[in-house]
Design a protein around this ligand. Sequence first.
Ligand code: PLP
Length: 231
Amino acid sequence: MKNYLTASISESAVRHNIAVLRGLVGEGVKLCPVVKDDCFGHGMDVLYPVLAELTDGFAVAAPLEALELRNKGYHGFILCFLSAYFDDFTIQDELVWQEITQTVMSRSALTSIQEAARRVGKTARVHLKVDTGMGRLGVPASQAAELIRQIREAPGVELTGMYTHFATADGEDHGMTLQQLELFESILPEGTSIMKHAANSAATIGFPAAYFDMVRPGIAVYGCHPSDAVS
Ligand SMILES: *Cc1c(COP(=O)(O)O)cnc(C)c1O
């Protein structure tokens, strides 16, 4: 049976959206579009060439999405919002081999990445995700320092970044976002050059204080406003 629900995806519209986002953050901040769930259902096959040309990397949710980008021939920065901790060794090893930056949120994920790095004989790059109030994914802020220490002690694993995700950056009230931002800043280790990032679409559009080194817009890349409160 035919699927009658269709969406028409305009490459030039996405080009335009990227240009707008680039204009907002400026040249000094990396633009890393979130392409999870097949570009939020808009279709990676159509958008990949445009995004690969115009942005500084890709963020995906799952390990297989990251490997798919490598299969397309993408050699640049790829951040996976998860690690391959729940996948089999083949995938765990492949992520390290293909130089996908994985997210660490727990000691157990760190151990699995460390073992994959040893098997593959290659350094695994990781970003630490801190829960500053979203209450979903990430190491609790109070335990971040300990996990940072463990990552730094883990052979074959290199901490190259730290990030958080905002719960309500698309709401009318910036209070919660500001609180999360302050908590995030308070736990950033001093004197390191690791990449820091926090901004989703709403914060990229309305919260420059959260830009740090990179922004991770999802929905805004595809042309939707995150909510009526963001303009
Ligand atoms: C989905 C996601 C984003 C993008 O969020 P938008 O609101 O669509 O811009 C950014 N960061 C993380 C960690 C995400 O999971």
